[in-house]
Design a protein around this ligand. Structure first.
Ligand code: GLN
Length: 538
């Protein structure tokens, strides 16, 4: 049973400063020193989880092994730390209120008036401590979403204030992330926004222990001294965080700045084992010194916002490094594709990925892209909806099944090769009701996926309501499309491949969620390898 210490990460001045990356980098450094660490994200919005959110709002919805639909920052935590997260790692205001209201309906508050303080703050404090109380972690890092001063962040900051007091000195600290803007006209870095945001935090009764200051320019000693003086911290507790070439540089940058050291010192933890980041830096050096380059077309309907495909683009970075290749993603809007313009738009690609998605918009463009990849022997990876589009394309254009389609796009579809799953048919609520989380998949040995995974039983994460319609299994028999992965219990088709094609794999699950820096996903690694082969043979 470990005596868990807590680090709270708050943000000031603006959003999008990269609290998630700072939290993950600090966690990585502590992990390298031998501490067991996990990271939690508190999101102040009222949705129960991001599962019902349009990806244009906050980017992709990340799915954990236990089937939680979570904020994309959890993806960063897993990619950095190489350990799985779970529902307990992401809490929203919606979830907090739902649980308090459920308790109220059960009479759990014994006639008391239910209020933000203490009932909501107690629930928040409980959620923060759930991971710590497992006894598995030396340090739990809790990232508070949003910006200090937002109305919706107030109960969280108040909960942090109470916990700091309850847990006592050396057991809990606050790292406040802010921005030091550069005023070009004055030629100066400005500290005032940071002073104001720290004041705001202090008005809520919370003193930051450490300031991490994002900046485009070097923060001089004199600026650090000024920040320290006005923000009530020591000069060595002012850490500068300059813009980096890649997020994967940040652990090294934070180490150079001594962030992990001041954190350990404040938590009274010993700082013996210096983080070596051996494997991490090995990855970085391969990432930064590619020997080749491949161009992969990512066909999706949310491509204007790259964060909507965060785990996919990061998986490409991991797989690129593994192959010592720079992966250039060409973002292609599926709504812009037609059978006529596909050759022009896709002809220079070394690989094509058709992305996950929901609903009708842009699906015909995805089918056209699949066809081009199939007919021109271009390495192809279809993920979730991308797999369903690959099946539809094959059914229509090779098996000549008239009107082949998905019931998701057309309820009156004549030949629904993609069908609503049986256990989804009676579901009326949208949130958290898809087939979610990790499920087993049995792989056949004579397949591309077996070559990639080198195993016959895998477990991958899912997020879908529709599936391959097994009534059409007989149509595939003896054709060039092979089913090479199924769920061992239900027979649900998880993977299809094409025989007479260098690399055409489409999967019902999301391999991207499990790719990490130290464990690049085998399917992505193999896909990039095939794309590299294709590019050199062109
Ligand atoms: N919309 C499809 C389904 O629900 C695919 C989902 C996805 O791509 N994640 O089955």
């Amino acid at each position: 049973m470990k005596n868990t210490k807590y680090v709270f990460v708050t943000g000031g001045v603006t959003s999008s400063l990269g609290k998630g990356i700072i939290a993950a980098s600090l966690a990585k450094l502590l992990q390298e020193r031998g501490y067991s660490v996990t990271i939690q994200k508190l999101d102040p919005y009222i949705n129960i989880d991001p599962g019902t959110l349009n990806p244009y709002e906050h980017g992709e919805c990340y799915v954990t092994d236990d089937g939680a639909e979570t904020d994309l920052d959890l993806g960063h935590y897993e990619r950095f730390l190489n350990i799985p997260t779970s529902q307990a790692n992401n809490v929203t205001t919606g979830r907090i209120y739902q649980s308090v209201i459920d308790k109220e309906r059960k009479g759990a508050f014994l006639g008391k008036t239910v209020q933000v303080i203490p009932h909501i703050t107690n629930e928040i404090k409980e959620r923060i401590q759930i991971l710590g109380k497992t006894g598995d972690y030396d340090v739990v890092i809790t990232e508070i979403g949003g910006t200090v001063g937002d109305i919706e962040s107030l109960p969280y900051v108040e909960s942090v204030r109470q916990l700091l007091w309850e847990l006592g000195d050396k057991n809990a600290i606050v790292v406040h992330l802010t921005l030091i803007p550069f005023l070009a006209a004055a030629g100066e870095l400005k500290t005032k926004p940071t002073q104001h945001s720290v004041k705001m935090l202090m008005q809520s009764g919370v003193n930051p222990d450490i300031l991490v200051c994002r900046s485009e320019h070097e923060i001089s000693d004199s600026i650090k001294r000024k920040l320290a003086l006005f923000c009530n911290v020591k000069k060595e507790d002012v850490i500068s965080s300059l813009d980096a070439d890649t997020i994967y540089d940040v652990p090294n940058l934070m180490f150079d700045e001594g962030l992990d050291k001041v954190v350990l010192d404040k938590l009274d933890l010993c700082d013996n084992d210096q983080p070596k980041l051996v494997e991490w830096n090995h990855f970085l050096s391969k990432h930064k010194n590619p020997k080749n380059k491949v161009k992969i077309g990512l066909i999706g309907k949310y491509v204007e916002l790259h964060d909507a495909y965060k785990s996919i683009s990061e998986a490409f970075i991991h797989a690129g490094a593994a192959n010592e290749v720079k992966v250039k993603i060409v973002w292609i809007h599926s709504e812009d594709l037609t059978l006529e313009n596909v050759p022009q738009k896709l002809k220079n690609l070394d690989g094509i990925l058709v992305a996950p998605g929901f609903g009708n918009r842009g699906t015909e463009g995805k089918v056209d892209a699949v066809r081009f990849a199939r007919e021109h022997q271009i390495p192809f990876l279809g993920i979730c909806l991308g797999m369903q589009m690959a099946v539809i394309e094959y059914a229509r254009n090779v098996l000549n099944i008239e009107g082949a389609g998905s019931l998701e796009m057309d309820e009156t579809c004549k030949n629904p090769v993609i069908n609503l799953m049986e256990d989804q048919k009676d579901i009326t609520e949208m949130g958290g009701t898809m087939r979610l989380g990790a499920w087993d998949c049995q792989i056949t040995e004579d397949s591309k996926v077996f070559n990639a995974y080198k195993r016959t039983l895998i477990s991958e994460r899912h997020r879908h309501r529709y599936e391959f319609n097994n009534q059409y299994l007989k149509n595939l028999e003896g054709s060039g499309m092979k089913i090479t992965g199924t769920n061992p219990k239900t027979g649900l088709v998880e993977i299809v491949e094409l025989e007479n094609h260098p690399w055409f794999v489409a999967v019902q699950y999301h391999p991207e969620y499990k790719s990490t820096v130290l464990n690049p996903h085998p399917l992505f690694v193999d896909f990039i390898k095939a794309s590299l082969d294709f590019s050199t043979q062109k």
